[in-house]
Design a protein. Sequence first.
Length: 210
Amino acid sequence: MKGTHRASQSGFTLVMTLVILVVITLSSMAMMLATKAGIFASGNIAFRQAATRAADVVVETGFRWVNTQIAANANALDNTNAAVGYYSSFNEVLASCTNSSTTQFNPATYDFANTSCAPAPTQVGDYAVYYVVHRMATTANTACPAAGCMAPTVIQANNNTQTPGGSSESGASQFGSGSSSVSNQIVYYRITVKVVGPKRNTRYIQAFVY
């Protein structure tokens, strides 16, 4: 009888030991997965932050480009010039510059890498940064206000009209408002930036300037 009792105890102990080992193994695996997920999330956050900083650099480049064109010729941005990544209406896209069957602009399907559709990428650290500019107007290749341009509400004082990059803004006129005071110098422009980073990470950022 004593031998049978000891054998039963040994069998029970073995089963409990195996159960404990399984629990420890599963706990270790769960901890490893949680750690890996945490590292992955941290990496994504770091990429987004770095991509945003890189995009800021190129937004400034696009903004300076807009100002340079207008300073040289007030009507320079009336017409689309896809070769330099400029469109004179808000949703316009050249058919050869998109990987989609639709002719409406979509950053995810736009061919930023095509040098006939956007400027050559700017290298910011490990990130290749592309951009295109859209005039916020409903009609392409037409001067404002006939193009239905969207412009900030400009505060005029002493007959001086605000210039691009000003800060005296209190709302904005809507598309097609037809305001006679709207010119290319005070029209909203949208700069769409594509940031391509290590491991094929991609991020799109848009900024509105005037």
